[in-house]
Design a protein around this ligand. Structure first.
Ligand code: ADP
Ligand code: MG
Length: 558
């Protein structure tokens, strides 16, 4: 057999080094990862066979088989899914395409290995096989292809790939199509040859997998998992643990779901949704190349996890599955984009998710919990405020902000509006990168003296939504760094010192001098009520760009 020896991409080598030497206690998750890949491979072939039925001719069913061999000390995980050709093998099992992975690996080096559990979200599940194996072989034949390929590695910098000639192919009943992964177990890992142990692990992590998982080489024993799509089962029969494992599999996530939504819609359109809001911000939330969007199924057949219009961009943190009864099975991924049923699905999903978030936001008991959600995903929801006019009012109710008077806590706009001073006509805000620095801004002095609360906006998107939304309950948003401060109209706060302002005349010569000295660098120099301690501050003119926005835009143009 002619084999080629190839080097792993540097990041993979670094990763494998961490994997092999990790003290990670839950090594058993390697099986979850391999089963998860096997199930994905079956999903992908089922989809491909919709348009090319010959791909599954002769063997239309799907299965995953796990076979321990005590004599050889190997554990085999086999599937009859899509399989891989040579190119797939080199690309998928030799490199890490996911952006951000290199940076993550660097952060893992040194004493930070405790964060190893985070590794799963980087799409590197396959490599976890090296936690329990010192050599891994992959035999695989892509559905529709003739050639069987073998990939092998000891995880130390390189791997080999070669075609397995007819006759040399192992004949232990391996699938005619699909992938067989043979783990040569490390010393001391014989635990994973025990059927009972394997059965327990499958039940724990992979019960929700819709493809039957068979244990052992013998002919049809009952599957070790429930082998039905989790979202089709009645809610009352699903445990929180099963929901969580499903979320991990479908969302490539490793945290607890913050919110689990499982519902069936009947009426204009019929579908089942099983969606999760993560509790932690996925690392690639702001990466346009990110994967793992909500998975779209049509009558239990996986179609795509790249249907961009299934969920609005400002809900892109959602994970899980939507299974439609109405879309045609033979819909191509390209046709989806303009499909009216998909638009209905999107509006149904959006309504449902917003409804649940609104309930959470309105529940005073859940305030701390909601604040955790907001800190993770508020910046994304805010995009909806300027992109999605139809949902603006609902989103404004979900909005939380920190202010000069909120003591680091998040408050809603309703709370702010209820605390406005007599004569206050606007919702005041100051925008910048850092709340602590903002609070020291001289522009705030006059507001503070009058007891007027000011929103501290620190997300880059803030400037954009306040600019688009413009007002809430009839009160305009106004930057304290812009325009003539209308503080004079507002009734004084609790600690307003008695007015001892110098008469206008006292200042006019100073102002004239400043104007002369500063020349074209400023538009105007004015006396103002906005300062109490500082002598001067910069403001933007009414109608001009806010100072922070101007800075942001300058950075972007560079
Ligand atoms: P992820 O599953 O997040 O993409 P993995 O490291 O688990 O990352 O797998 C990497 C890739 O290798 C998969 O995306 C898939 O393309 C390929 N792959 C792994 N296992 C199989 C399999 N059993 N059948 C087909 N392709 C597979
Ligand atoms: Mg995987």
């Amino acid at each position: 057999m002619t084999e080629e020896k190839l080097s792993f991409q540097a990041e993979v080598s670094r990763l494998l080094d961490i994997v092999a030497h990790s003290l990670y206690s839950e090594k058993e998750v390697f099986l979850r990862e391999l089963v998860s890949n096997a199930s994905d491979a079956c999903d992908r072939l089922r989809y491909a066979a919709l348009t090319q039925p010959e791909l599954t001719a002769g063997d239309p069913g799907f299965r995953i088989r796990i076979v321990p061999d005590k004599a050889a000390r190997t554990l085999t995980v086999a599937d009859n899914g899509i399989g891989m050709n040579r190119e797939d093998l080199v690309e998928n099992l030799g490199t890490i395409a996911r952006s951000g992975t290199a940076a993550f690996l660097t952060s893992l080096s040194g004493d930070n290995r405790k964060d190893f559990s985070l590794i799963g979200q980087f799409g590197v599940g396959f490599y976890s096989a090296f936690m329990v194996a010192d050599r891994v072989e992959v035999f695989t034949r892509k559905a529709g292809d003739a050639t069987l390929w073998r990939w092998a590695s000891d995880g130390k910098g390189s791997f080999t790939v070669g075609a397995v000639p007819e006759g040399e192919a192992p004949t232990d009943g391996g699938p005619a199509r699909g992938t067989r992964i043979v783990l040569h177990l490390r010393e001391g890992e014989d635990d994973y040859l025990e059927e009972l142990r394997l059965r327990t692990i499958i039940k724990k992590y992979s019960d929700h997998i819709a493809v039957p998982i068979l244990l052992g080489a013998g002919e049809e024993a009952a599957p070790a998992n429930a082998a039905s799509a989790l979202w089709t089962r009645p809610k009352s029969e699903i445990t929180p643990e099963q929901y969580k494992e499903f979320y991990h599999h479908a969302g490539h996530a490793f945290d607890e779901p913050w919110l689990t939504l499982h519902w069936r819609a009947e009426g204009v359109i019929e579908y089942t949704g099983l969606l999760f809001v993560p509790s932690q911000r996925p690392f690639d939330l702001f990466d346009p190349q990110r994967r793992h969007r909500v998975k779209l199924y049509v009558r239990r057949v996986f179609i795509t996890d790249e249907a961009e219009s299934l969920v609005p961009g400002w809900l892109r943190f959602l994970r899980g599955v939507v299974d439609s009864e109405d879309l045609p099975l033979n819909i191509s991924r390209e046709m989806l984009q303009h499909n009216p049923t998909l638009a209905k699905l999107r509006s149904g999903i959006t309504k449902r998710v917003l409804g649940e978030l609104t309930k959470k936001a309105a529940d005073p008991e859940a305030a701390a919990d909601y604040a955790r959600f907001w800190d993770a995903f508020g910046a994304v929801l805010k995009e909806g405020l300027y992109e999605d006019h139809a949902h603006r009012d609902e989103l404004l109710k979900l909005l939380r902000v920190r202010t000069t008077a909120s003591d680091g806590e998040l408050i809603g706009l309703d709370t702010y509006l209820g605390r406005m001073k007599e004569g206050q006509e606007a919702i005041y805000y100051i925008a910048g990168e850092d709340a602590a620095a903002l609070e020291k801004s001289p522009q705030l002095e006059g507001y503070r003296a009058k007891g007027v609360e000011v929103l501290l906006l620190t997300d880059p998107v803030d400037e954009f939504w306040v600019g688009t939304v413009r007002e809430a309950q009839g009160k305009p948003f106004k930057s304290v760094t812009r325009g003539g401060a209308d503080l004079a109209k507002i009734q004084g706060g609790p600690d307003t010192p008695p007015a001892e302002r110098p008469a206008e005349g006292d200042l006019s010569s100073l102002i004239a001098l400043l104007k002369m000295t500063l020349g074209d660098a400023v538009k105007d120099v004015r006396a103002s009520e906005r300062l109490t301690d500082s002598a001067v501050c910069l403001v933007a003119d009414e109608g001009d760009l806010d100072i922070h926005l101007e800075r942001l835009l300058k950075q972007h143009r560079q």
